[in-house]
Design a protein around this ligand. Structure first.
Ligand SMILES: Cc1cc2nc3c(=O)[nH]c(=O)nc-3n(C[C@H](O)[C@H](O)[C@H](O)COP(=O)(O)O)c2cc1C
Length: 203
């Protein structure tokens, strides 16, 4: 496959947001699962999450998680976050930086909960908290959510453990490993202009 060459900063910025927006709609998209970074007691921490919603006009990416999880605790202590994705087909890496907020029982959490299929909410029907030590390996889920067809009623109990994490991006980094030469661009959000200002940097 011949890879397109991107030499226009505005086109790169739009491409990154368009692809993120598509990823939130398409299971299997290379950016559908991204690495999400937080800071925990001054140390970096990373994990994979599923990208659930993207709103380019508000610079926003959202995912859902267990409100008892380590990442929620980390975000409460330090709201700086990073995202990372690598698409081996188009040979592009993205790194996004910004802040994150945890939403438990407000309209943000409610809207995300309601937009999700029961199958994607089964992980919250888990009485013990994530990270609790176990004597033997087990998943901690209630049997009712392990059937082939779970319903809204089956997962309702999980609402008490569900959180939406909303991140707002203030810097984007893009790297293209093109066979004819690598290009890298950086975009920083300018609050006074309400736009991302881009520049090319050495890869
Ligand atoms: C493909 C994949 C998708 C995942 N999606 C999510 C997700 O959307 N939300 C989430 O909280 N954890 C998700 N996880 C689990 C996290 O990577 C992580 O193990 C868990 O959330 C505990 O992280 P923490 O201790 O840093 O809070 C996913 C893991 C994988 C491998």
């Amino acid at each position: 496959m011949e890879l397109p060459r991107y030499e226009d900063l505005d086109a790169v910025r739009e491409l990154v947001w368009e692809r993120l927006e598509a990823a939130a709609q398409e299971p299997g998209h290379p950016y559908r699962t991204l690495t999400f970074g937080t800071v925990q007691e001054e140390a970096p921490d990373l994990r994979t999450v599923v990208l659930r919603t993207v709103a380019p006009e508000d610079r926003r990416l959202q995912f859902h998680t267990d409100r008892r999880s380590g990442k929620v605790e980390a975000l409460r202590a330090n709201n700086r976050i990073a995202w990372h994705g690598w698409d081996p087909e188009t040979r592009q890496q993205i790194r996004l930086y910004g802040t994150g907020t945890v939403h438990l029982d407000d309209e943000v959490a409610m809207a995300l909960w309601e937009s999700q299929s029961p199958a994607s909410l089964t992980v919250y029907v888990r009485p013990p908290s994530p990270g609790t030590p176990l004597e033997v390996p087990e998943d901690g889920l209630r049997p009712v959510v392990k059937s082939e067809s779970v319903t809204d009623d089956d997962v309702a109990e999980g609402r008490q453990h569900f959180a939406a994490v909303r991140t707002v991006i203030d810097e984007v980094e893009w790297l293209h490993l093109h066979p004819e030469g690598h290009y890298r661009a950086r975009f920083k959000y300018q609050p006074e202009k309400e736009t991302f200002e881009g520049s090319w940097v050495v890869p």
